[in-house]
Ligand binder design. Structure first.
Ligand code: PGA
Length: 255
C-alpha cells in the first residue's frame, strides 16, 4: 500500500492550554484556514474545553479529541474521566500514553494498554504515543524501547480494532524542546513501527495504520517530515496553539 492510500492526520495537542472561551476563539480562527484540508484535522483539548470545542466545530472538518481517558466505565476514580463521558459529548479521538503522562503522572505501558482497550471498546479512536528518551537513543536502544511499547500498549488489540488506532511517534527529547528529529530519523522509526505492526498483525493491517510524527513539528519543518513514506501526519504541541502555524502544517499534509 502506498502512502497516498493512508489517511494523513494532523492533530493539535493543546496540553494544559486555553480556557473554554479561549478554545472557541482559537478554533474559530483555525476553522476557515483549514476548511479545504485534504487530510484529517483534529484538535485535542483539555477536558473542560471539550464540549465547547465540539459545539464550535460542528459542521466543519475539524474533529475533537481528549488528552486522556480512564479504562473503567465509572466508579471511585477521583479526578478521572470515562470513555462514556467523552462519547456522549461527541468526542471522537483520545491521546493516550503521551510522554508527559508517562513522565509526570506515572503512566505505564500497562495503563496505556488498559486505556487503549477501553477507548476502542467505546468507539473512540486512540492516538497512542510512543517514543524513546534521549538517553535511550544515546544507548542505541531506540528500537527495543519502541518495540516494547508497541507490543505492550497494543496488547490484546485485535486486527479489526487496529483500524481505529493511530500511532504517534514522539521522541521524548524532541517534545517542546525545539529539537526536531530529522526527517530521516522520523522516517526510520516510523518505518520500524510499521514493521513491528506487520509482525504483530499482518503487512496489510500495518500498511493501513496512520503513524504520525510529533516533537517540535512546525510550519517550517512539516513539509519535509510529512513527505516521508511512513510519516502520515503529525501530533503538534506548541505550533497547534497558533492558528496560522497549525494551518500551514495542515497544508503541508494536504499535498
Ligand atoms: P511539541 O509537542 O510540538 O510542542 O514538541 C508535541 C507533543 O507533545 O505532542
Amino acid at each position: 500500500m502506498d502512502k497516498a492510500k493512508r489517511t494523513a492526520i494532523i492533530a493539535g495537542n493543546w496540553k494544559m492550554n486555553k480556557t473554554p472561551k479561549e478554545a472557541v476563539a482559537l478554533l474559530n480562527e483555525i476553522k476557515p484556514l483549514v476548511a479545504d484540508a485534504d487530510c484529517e484535522v483534529i484538535a485535542c483539548v483539555p477536558y473542560v474545553d471539550l464540549a465547547a470545542a465540539v459545539e464550535a466545530t460542528a459542521g466543519t472538518n475539524i474533529k475533537v479529541g481528549a488528552e486522556n481517558c480512564h479504562w473503567a466505565e465509572s466508579g471511585a476514580f477521583t479526578g478521572e474521566i470515562s470513555t462514556g463521558m467523552l462519547k456522549e459529548i461527541g468526542v471522537e479521538y483520545v491521546v493516550l500514553g503521551h510522554s508527559e503522562r508517562r513522565q509526570y503522572f506515572g503512566e505505564t505501558d500497562e495503563t496505556v494498554n488498559k486505556r487503549t482497550k477501553a477507548a476502542l471498546a467505546a468507539g473512540l479512536k486512540p492516538i497512542v504515543c510512543v517514543g524513546e528518551l534521549l538517553w535511550e537513543r544515546e544507548c542505541n536502544i531506540t528500537e527495543e524501547v519502541i518495540a516494547r511499547q508497541i507490543k505492550l500498549d497494543l496488547w490484546d488489540v485485535t486486527e479489526e480494532e487496529l483500524k481505529n488506532v493511530v500511532i504517534a511517534y514522539e521522541p521524548v527529547w524532541a517534545i517542546g524542546t525545539g529539537k526536531t528529529a530529522t526527517a530521516d530519523q522520523a522516517e526510520e522509526v516510523c518505518a520500524f513501527i510499521r514493521a513491528q505492526l506487520a509482525k504483530l498483525y499482518t503487512q496489510e493491517a500495518a500498511d493501513g495504520v496512520t503513524i504520525q510524527y510529533g516533537g517540535s513539528m512546525n510550519d517550517k519543518n512539516a513539509d519535509e517530515l510529512v513527505s516521508k513514506l511512513n510519516v502520515d501526519g503529525g501530533l503538534i504541541g506548541g505550533a497547534s496553539l497558533v492558528a496560522e502555524k497549525f494551518a500551514a502544517i495542515v497544508k503541508a499534509a494536504s499535498k
